[in-house]
Design a protein around this ligand. Structure first.
Ligand code: KG4
Ligand code: ZN
Length: 331
């Protein structure tokens, strides 16, 4: 079995997964949304302190599995350095205590493997990663063959929902509240579609966010209309850029992962795209869309099977990591 730890942002999570069957045997999470909602976003120092309290409790609950553990997988990048550090320190302690090797897992790769919990992987596949920290189009051809088609120049998709929710006084995280409010709204606020005149495959959310700020300041619109118009434009931008990438790489499989992949309007718009272009659409089960250790365990198994271990003296936290850029024009 693999024991996995996730603490890259505001969720402390521990999972145990059987290596051969990929069966999830234990999975628990303590979220900090309530604590951060007071501030309209994640406060790193507070998050780090809460991880330091939560992780030992979660690890203690998984104690009965200790005799069967073969390796400890932990998210070491990317994320908030002070929160990643809490998970990495806990993993190092366990590695020394149980005398088992450490496996460093990239959180974004973890999100891709949220698709394959208790399943075999599917490849090659194009991936749209939409979370609080990232908005990326990737080509995936196995755990060590991931390249980047395009990324955001400024805010991420999820972050823009958080910022708009903050401007509207709706609390944190913004995604679910905006999605709910948007249901009763009309598309009456005109907002710009970013980067439509450039030929690149890139994202940008700062323009939409500023246009929303001006609409709020004008006092002319209802909150639900702002939420509906914002959500529609934010998703239209994802569709616009994804279409470009799909035309270029012609994927058979297209996946949406990350916390914002829980958005049902986003899912239904991409369902339409999948019919138009004839690809199979994949997304994680709802419970695995937001940050969790089950996806880290699943990615950890792939790394374990390839013998990718990291010595505990060398395992470092990396707040930022880059993927190589995709070159070929087909998957
Ligand atoms: O993947 P995740 O749990 O954490 C990071 O790795 O960042 O993603 C959290 C992000 C937050 O910005 C949150 O507002 C957004 O995902 N999110 C959503 C929805 N649910 C969560 N965004 C849009 N619509 C949703 N339903
Ligand atoms: Zn995440």
């Amino acid at each position: 079995m693999i024991l996995a730890i996730e603490s890259s942002c505001d969720d402390s999570s521990v999972a145990i997964m059987e290596i051969k069957s990929k069966k999830l045997l234990f999975h628990q999470k303590i979220s900090q949304e309530k604590e951060h909602s007071l501030y309209g976003g994640v406060v790193p120092e507070l998050a780090s302190r809460l991880h330091a309290e939560a992780l030992p409790k979660l690890i203690d609950k998984a104690k009965s599995f200790f005799p069967s553990i073969k390796a400890i997988a932990v998210t070491n990048a990317p994320g908030l350095s002070v929160t990643l550090q809490e998970g990495v320190m806990a993993a190092k302690g366990l590695s020394i205590g149980l005398n088992k090797p450490l496996i460093a897992v990239n959180h974004l790769i973890g999100h891709i493997y949220s698709l394959f919990i208790e399943k075999e992987e599917i490849k090659p596949m194009m991936v749209l990663l939409v979370s609080g920290g990232h908005t990326k189009l990737l080509n995936f051809n196995g755990i060590d063959k991931v390249c980047e088609i395009g990324s955001t120049l400024d805010d991420s998709f999820g972050e823009s929902f958080d910022k708009v929710a903050k401007m509207l006084g709706l609390g944190y995280p913004g995604g679910p509240v905006i999605e709910k409010l948007a249901k009763s709204g009309e598309f009456s606020v005109e907002l710009p579609l970013p980067l439509r005149n450039s030929s690149d495959i890139k994202f940008s959310y700062s323009g939409i966010k500023n246009a929303v700020r001006l609409a709020i300041e004008s006092g002319q619109y209802k909150k639900e209309d702002i939420a509906a118009s914002f959500q529609q434009k934010a998703i239209e931008h994802l569709l616009f850029m994804s279409k470009r990438a799909i035309k270029k790489y012609k994927p058979k499989y297209f996946a949406i992962v990350g916390g914002a992949s829980a958005n049902l309007v986003l899912r239904s718009e991409f369902e339409k795209l999948s019919k138009e272009f004839g690809f199979s659409l994949l997304y994680p089960k709802m419970e695995f869309t937001s940050d969790n250790a089950a996806m880290i365990a699943r990615a950890g198994i792939e790394l374990y099977n390839r013998g990718y271990f990291t010595n505990y003296k060398e395992l470092k936290v990396m707040p930022r990591v880059e993927f190589e850029k995709c070159k070929e024009s087909r998957l």
